[in-house]
Design a protein around this ligand. Structure first.
Ligand code: UFG
Length: 328
């Protein structure tokens, strides 16, 4: 029985593919390579190039393989872009989910692990955030992920598909060995941007706002290592294989670090001075996002194991080996 990874050539998908192969799972990837990278696809996985909004390719993938469960990472994920092109997000993310679920029903596949986001919460009323807290997304990206969860809930009630939605906080780090890692175009994530300074690709890192109501005035986020994240997905597959009912779990460390603390940690890891500039706030950034990861611990028996400096060290190894990402 195989596992289908939708979006398996992206940052998070490719790390999950490595984790599946490492434990001997037969692994199938579908990716349209709009944001994924061919260089991230390992020899051990079977690759289909195509879009999940295309029913014909999904029928081919499900028809040619004995698929037991689906991990779904195929989505557009840039908050800023979603504000400018909301319809792109509703088409790719929401319509993509509908097409995937229809194909799963046609081919009688009943287990789905979904890449959701802390963006479903919007500006939180309190931290740590629990799954039952209000969901009030403040951008089309977060809204699309919430609608995808809603669709899964109703489809799960009407049909036999069970799902685990994993609401990620800030994912970072890279698979040990420096072969695969983070490469977004354009890059908007804090850790890769910080590391571009010691790589000589950028003069300084701009801190977006130093007047937030936090101890050092910079935004606090909950950073989670991508290998710990992949481990949670394997556990979610196991949970569904044991017959577990549909669930929603936050994935985070439960500990927040400020932008300044992240820069300090990167200075320690790289041994280099990293120049900063303070700029204005980035619109739409909540001051603090920290997960309660208690539900994932209870339901999936999952606990993140990677500390902040190890997370930055693995990212540093990847970026040093590939200063221009997957581009040659
Ligand atoms: N930041 C800077 N300077 C930069 C880049 C980022 O100060 O050059 C700050 C941001 O303002 C924020 C923190 O670093 O406070 C982290 O920013 P990221 O862009 O790395 O991550 P976000 O918290 O904005 O986004 C993450 C995920 C999204 C998800 C969102 C949920 O990457 O996919 O959390 O709110 F939607």
């Amino acid at each position: 029985m195989a596992i289908l990874v939708c979006g398996g050539a992206g940052y998070i998908g490719s790390h999950n593919v490595r984790a599946l192969l490492a434990r001997g799972e037969e692994t199938i990837i579908i990716d349209n390579f709009l944001t994924g990278h061919r260089g991230s696809v390992p020899a051990g996985a079977r690759l289909y190039e195509g879009d999940i909004r295309d029913a014909a390719i999904l029928d081919q993938v499900f028809g040619e393989n004995d698929i037991d469960a689906v991990l779904h990472f195929a989505a557009s994920s840039l908050v800023g872009e979603s504000m400018e092109k909301p319809l792109k997000y509703f088409n790719n993310n929401v319509h993509g989910m509908q097409m995937l679920l229809e194909a799963m029903l046609r081919h009688d596949v009943d287990k789905l692990v979904f890449s959701s986001s802390a963006a479903v919460y919007g500006e939180p009323e309190r931290v740590p955030i629990e799954e039952s807290d209000p969901t009030r997304p403040c951008n089309p990206y977060g809204e699309s992920k919430l609608i995808m969860e809603t669709i899964m809930r109703w489809v799960g009630k009407a049909h036999h598909i069970r799902s685990v939605s994993l609401r990620y906080f800030n994912v970072a780090g890279a698979w040990p060995g420096g072969e695969i890692g983070e490469d977004h175009r354009p890059e908007s994530h804090l850790i890769p941007l910080i590391l571009q300074v010691p790589l000589g690709l950028r003069e300084q890192i701009t801190v977006f706002g130093q007047d937030y109501p936090t101890p050092d005035g910079t935004c606090i986020r909950d950073y989670l290592d991508v290998t710990d994240l992949a481990d949670a997905h394997l556990r979610a597959v196991d949970y569904l294989r044991r017959g577990g009912a549909s669930e929603i779990c936050n994935l985070g460390n439960g500990r927040g670090f400020s932008v300044m603390e992240m820069i300090e940690a990167a200075r320690r890891v790289t041994g280099q001075e990293i120049k900063i500039a303070v700029g204005p706030r980035r619109p739409g950034d909540p001051a603090r996002l920290v997960a309660s990861a208690a539900r994932a611990a209870k339901v999936l028996d999952w606990r993140p194991e990677t500390g902040l400096e190890d997370m930055i060290a693995s990212a540093w190894e990847w970026h040093k080996n590939h200063p221009h990402g997957y581009a040659r």
